[in-house]
Design a protein around this ligand. Structure first.
Ligand SMILES: [Zn+2]
Length: 366
């Protein structure tokens, strides 16, 4: 596959890029080769940067994270610090830290989750009491740079927005081309979020078994789930068996995937997890939920929430293990590809992924 590199963006070459190259006299066959497999930026689509040290060190295997709830002003400050930390650690570092994107504040009913939790600082939760307040609440997050809008529907921990308010939040986000991600907890909340038109659930639902008809409707509507299956198992002893919450989440996810539902990789880092790496337990749980290698690769680009191509790409080493895991050609999107390979085979290769910024891609060409 041919890629085009702009000042701050890498993307698969379009017809226009090829026409421009031809006009410049560039022969694509003679273009420099990249001895690696290029993936869109490997993304953890559910983190809370404010509860991690992600901003204070250079990145590992993650190219990008999506913060799903915090004071947006503090996130902007931390994202700037992440750049500084990466440069301070190694002035010649080719990658300027993990790219931090964010939702901004949690929008919910006044007094709703997580406003009563000690870990949520002032400014991280905005109460939306009525439909008329939705537009300003969404606009405030977008003005500070939010890529998505986060809404919380936790009926087990306080009041939740009513249907009209929820729909007004979704409409306000849509007007600004921002997807809405919903935290759902408590009976009926997953269905309410889906019917209101949110783009994604922040977790695979774990507080109730969703019936097959609802799962099929969600899959057909294009509603995505950021799975976060590992959150239920953190801090539990080995050999304890899956908790009830984990079993319910995994069973819902298996049946959602079986009817064509799209799952997105996310760990809820900050919630008893603090590193800038892909989490092998979460990858393993996605494999056991029925994702094949192709679906696992798709799950890693923050699909439906962030643009698939941006300032960074992720490189997988060009070695026999990678080629075997990706299929005979080792070329995603062409030939046999990875679709029939078991997802578990791909996990060791993914853990060696390296993020590279557009400005430094040329150093990897030969
Ligand atoms: Zn979270």
């Amino acid at each position: 596959m041919l890629f085009a590199v702009g000042a701050d963006r890498i993307h698969p070459a379009s017809e226009a890029d090829l026409a421009r190259a031809e006009a410049d006299g560039t022969d694509p066959a003679a273009a420099p080769r990249l001895r690696a497999t290029v993936l869109p930026p490997i993304t953890d689509a559910h983190v809370h940067v404010g509860l991690t040290e992600l901003a204070d060190r250079a990145s590992g295997s993650l190219a990008r994270v999506l913060d799903l709830g915090w004071d947006p002003a503090r996130i902007v400050e931390r994202a700037a610090r992440a750049d500084d930390a990466a440069h301070a650690a190694d002035p010649a570092a080719e990658f300027a830290g993990t790219e931090i994107r964010f939702a901004g504040a949690f929008l919910t009913a006044p007094g709703g989750y997580p406003s009563t939790r000690g870990w949520a600082p002032p400014g991280s939760v905005v109460g939306v009491a009525a439909p008329v307040e939705a537009d300003a609440a969404v606009a405030a997050q977008v003005a500070l740079g939010a890529d998505v809008v986060k809404v919380t529907l936790n009926a087990d921990a306080g009041p939740v927005p009513d249907d009209a308010t929820l729909e007004a939040i979704v409409a306000a986000a849509r007007r600004r081309r921002r997807p809405v991600v919903a935290h759902v907890e408590g009976v009926g909340q997953a269905e309410r979020a889906g019917r209101a038109g949110v783009s994604a659930l922040a977790h695979a639902p774990w507080t109730e078994r969703l019936d097959d008809a609802l799962l099929a409707w969600m899959a057909g509507a294009g509603l995505r789930w950021v799975a976060t299956l590992d959150i239920h198992e953190r801090g539990r002893g080995h050999g304890a068996g899956l908790s009830t919450a984990a079993s319910t989440a995994l069973d819902n996810t298996r049946r959602f995937v079986a009817v064509g539902g799209t799952v997105v990789y996310g760990t809820d880092a900050g919630n008893d997890l603090d590193h800038g790496e892909l989490e092998p337990r979460e990858l393993g749980l996605l494999a056991s939920a029925g994702l094949d290698a192709s679906a696992l690769l798709d799950a890693l680009d923050g699909r439906g929430l962030l643009a698939p191509w941006g300032a960074t790409v992720s490189l997988l080493p060009d070695d026999a293990t990678t080629r075997a895991a990706l299929g005979a050609g080792g070329d995603v999107g062409a030939g046999a590809g990875p679709s029939s390979a078991p997802a578990a085979d791909l996990i060791p290769t993914l853990l060696g992924a390296q993020p590279v910024h557009a400005a430094h891609l040329e150093e990897h060409l030969s």
